[in-house]
Design a protein around this ligand. Structure first.
Ligand code: 48H
Length: 259
């Protein structure tokens, strides 16, 4: 078979345009492809919702690849281990209710399963703003990360969504922009992003789940961003709470979409 470079280029352009334009109106737009965002994407897609994830970086997986201090293993507790096993990821018993898993296997498997379930993942795209109608977030404003990095003045495009998942991790970028642009109170005690506290794994893991909820009309917060928004602790390289938070946010949004 002869190979024509122009056919290769045309195939990429036409396939990408079909895929991208199909995602301009979504049930759920997820910001950040870390463990909580990927888990949410997997469960929402399995429930039949139209979901896409927008990730700023070239790589998918957020803080999961790096394990703890670049030792590429993660720790999960009983419930987290059950999720990983259910996804077909190898888990080692480390005793006393702690389990370890290879962070590369976790990230790549979760990503693959989310894609195969029907979630679309767009890497190299940064969410820089939101759309708001009648005090409710109705979509995202996106641009190529390369535009952001280069500091070019190029106007963005927009994506409409019934619900947005804020899973940008420590920086809570979506809620930060919501607070700044709307001037409205977030659904926190102070109305502001309350800020992440220092490390306390046990408390942080439990509060991650409690804090996985709607933080502004139309925006649900998951993962590390949930604790940062509602003023709880960080937990270090234990990832059960992130996975459970992704599942929880998917359940909450599914209830809204189908209820
Ligand atoms: C597009 C964006 C934008 C934007 C950020 O940090 P993450 O891995 O997030 P979680 O919450 O799923 O997992 C947190 C975990 O990795 C972690 O950091 C833990 C457990 N820390 C504990 C501790 O004590 O330190 O992923 C967030 C993703 C990243 O890939 C970002 O690049 C991406 O979101 N992102 N994508 N537009 N504006 N902002």
């Amino acid at each position: 078979m002869s190979l024509d470079e122009i056919k290769i280029s045309r195939a990429i352009l036409s396939r990408f345009m079909t895929k991208f334009s199909d995602c301009l109106e979504l049930d759920v737009a997820i910001v950040g492809a870390g463990p909580s965002g990927l888990m949410a994407a997997l469960r929402l897609a399995q429930k039949g919702h139209k979901v896409a994830v927008f990730e700023r970086k070239l790589s998918i997986g957020g803080g999961m690849w790096g394990g703890g201090m670049m030792f590429n293993e993660i720790v999960v507790q009983e419930q987290g281990a059950a999720i990983l096993k259910d996804l077909g990821i190898s888990v080692e018993d480390a005793g006393d209710g702690y389990y370890t898993a290879d962070s590369v296997e976790c990230t790549s498997t979760l990503t693959s399963l989310a894609c195969k379930a029907g979630a679309r993942i767009f890497n190299l795209m940064t969410v820089e703003d939101v759309m708001v109608r009648e005090n409710r977030v109705t979509g995202l404003v996106i641009n190529w990360s390369a535009v952001d990095i280069a500091g070019f003045h190029v106007d963005p495009l927009a994506v409409r969504a019934e619900y947005v998942v804020e899973s940008t991790g420590h920086d809570t970028e979506v809620l930060r922009v919501v607070r700044k642009k709307t001037g409205e109170r977030l659904l926190t005690d102070t109305g502001e992003i309350m800020g992440e506290r220092s490390m306390w794994a046990e408390v942080a893991e439990n509060t991650t789940l409690e804090n996985t909820k709607e933080a502004f009309p139309g925006v649900f917060v998951a993962g590390m961003a949930a604790n940062a928004t509602f003023g709880s602790f960080r937990m270090g390289p234990i990832f059960g709470g992130m996975l459970l938070s992704g599942e929880r946010v998917a359940e909450l949004i599914d209830e809204r979409l189908t209820g």
